[in-house]
Write a protein that binds this ligand. Structure first.
Ligand SMILES: [Zn+2]
Ligand SMILES: [Zn+2]
Length: 350
C-alpha cells in the first residue's frame, strides 16, 4: 500500500502535473499534538478517488490513535475516519461514481478482497485491512485519496456537518445494534456520539432504550432523556427492568461485569469500541445462564449501505459541535474530557 500523501517541503519540491497541495492536521508521533502542515496529495490510481473534504467527524478511536493506545499507526499520519467529501478526480476502472458526487469514507478503508474473511462477507475481519486515519491517511485535511470500494453515497437530506458522525458513530453503532438481535429492552453504556444516534434508531425500531452515563454526568443523562430513552441513569446503577441486551460504547472494561449484572439470562453484552481498558475479573455466576459477551469489529460495506438507507427513514438527527479543522487538537481535548454533547465535527476552511 503506497502512501496517499507526502509532506510538502518547498525547498525540495518540484511541482508536477496534477499535484495538489493543501493543509492537514498531522500526527508525527503518538502522544504529540497534531501539527498543521502543508501536504501533497497524489492523483488517484486505479480503483481510487480523490476527494475535496467538506467535513470530518472526530471519533473516540482518533483519541486512541493519537494517545498511542492503538499500536503501529502509519506515521506521519492524517487522522480522521468520518469523512464527507466531494469527488474531484477518479482513478481508472471506476464507473459508478461521477466527478462532483458527495461520498463518505468510514474507518474500514481497504481490504484485500481475497482472504477467507473477504470471501465470506466478513471483510470487517480481513487480515490485511487498511483503516482510515490509522493505517491510511484520513480526513483531518483539505483532500484525501480513498479506495472507491469504501466510499458511500450520502443521503441528500443531510448537510456535510450532520452526515459526518453517521460514518462511524452511526455505522459501527448500527453493526453493534444488529448484534443485539431483537432485544426489546436495550441498554446503552456511554452516551456520546454513537449512543445519541443509536438511541434514535432503536426507538424507531420499537425498542425500549435505557441509557447509562458516567456517574454524576447529569448533562449526558438529560440529553439521553431528550432522545426518547425510557430511563437514563449512572452506569453503576441497575436499570429498573432487566435488559435483553446492552451495548457498551465507553472504553471502560469495568462496564462489562456491570452490564452483565443488568441483563437477563440469555441476554447479550456487546462491546462496540476498538479499545477498552482491562475487564476486571468477575464471578462466573454473572455469565451463567447463557449470558454472552461479544465484540464488534469494524464494519462491512453492507452495514454502510443498510445504515445509510435507514438513517433518513428514522430520521436520525445528529447533534454536532463544529470546530475549524485547524482546531483539531482542541476538539480532541474536549472529547477526552467528555465536554462534547453529541459529536465533534471538523470543517476545513472553504
Ligand atoms: Zn481480506
Ligand atoms: Zn470511529
Amino acid at each position: 500500500m503506497t502512501s496517499q500523501t507526502e509532506i510538502y517541503h518547498p525547498s525540495r519540491y518540484c511541482k508536477s502535473e496534477g499535484d495538489l497541495i493543501g493543509s492537514a492536521m498531522v500526527l508525527a508521533a503518538a502522544g504529540r499534538p497534531l501539527e498543521r502542515l502543508r501536504l501533497i496529495w497524489r492523483q488517484p490510481r486505479s480503483g481510487e478517488l480523490l476527494l475535496k473534504i467538506h467535513a470530518c467527524g472526530v471519533c473516540r478511536t482518533d483519541l486512541h490513535v493519537v494517545d498511542g493506545e492503538l499500536p503501529h499507526p502509519k506515521l506521519p499520519l492524517v487522522p480522521g475516519h468520518e469523512v464527507i467529501g466531494k469527488v474531484i478526480a477518479i482513478g481508472e476502472g471506476i464507473d459508478h461514481v461521477q466527478i462532483g458526487d458527495r461520498v463518505g469514507v468510514p474507518w474500514l478503508g481497504h481490504v484485500c478482497g481475497t482472504c477467507e474473511y473477504c470471501c465470506t462477507a466478513r471483510e470487517n475481519l480481513c487480515e490485511t485491512a487498511g483503516f482510515t486515519g490509522y493505517q491510511r491517511d484520513g480526513g483531518y485535511a483539505d483532500y484525501m485519496v480513498a479506495d472507491a470500494r469504501f466510499c458511500f453515497s450520502i443521503p441528500p437530506g443531510y448537510s456535510d456537518e450532520s452526515a459526518a458522525p453517521l460514518m462511524c458513530a452511526g455505522l459501527i453503532g448500527y453493526r453493534a445494534l444488529c448484534k443485539a438481535g431483537d432485544a426489546y429492552r436495550l441498554g446503552l453504556y456511554g452516551f456520546g456520539a454513537a449512543a445519541h444516534i443509536l438511541a434514535q434508531v432503536a426507538h424507531h425500531q420499537g425498542r425500549r432504550v435505557f441509557a447509562f452515563a458516567r456517574p454524576g454526568d447529569e448533562t449526558a443523562m438529560a440529553f439521553a432523556r431528550q432522545l426518547g430513552t425510557v430511563w437514563a441513569g449512572p452506569s453503576d446503577q441497575r436499570p429498573p427492568e432487566a435488559l435483553d441486551a446492552a451495548i457498551i460504547f465507553a472504553p471502560i472494561g469495568a462496564l462489562v461485569p456491570a452490564a452483565l449484572r443488568a441483563i437477563r439470562p440469555g441476554g447479550r453484552v456487546i462491546c462496540a469500541g476498538i479499545h477498552m481498558s482491562d475487564i476486571p475479573s468477575f464471578p462466573y455466576e454473572l455469565l451463567w445462564r447463557e449470558r454472552e459477551v461479544v465484540s464488534v469489529a469494524n464494519l462491512t460495506r453492507r452495514d454502510g449501505v443498510e445504515f445509510l438507507a435507514l438513517a433518513p427513514k428514522v430520521p436520525v438527527r445528529t447533534e454536532t459541535v463544529r470546530y475549524a479543522m485547524a482546531d483539531a487538537n482542541k476538539a480532541l481535548t474536549d472529547l477526552r474530557s467528555g465536554n462534547i454533547r453529541g459529536a465533534a465535527v471538523l470543517m476545513p476552511a472553504p
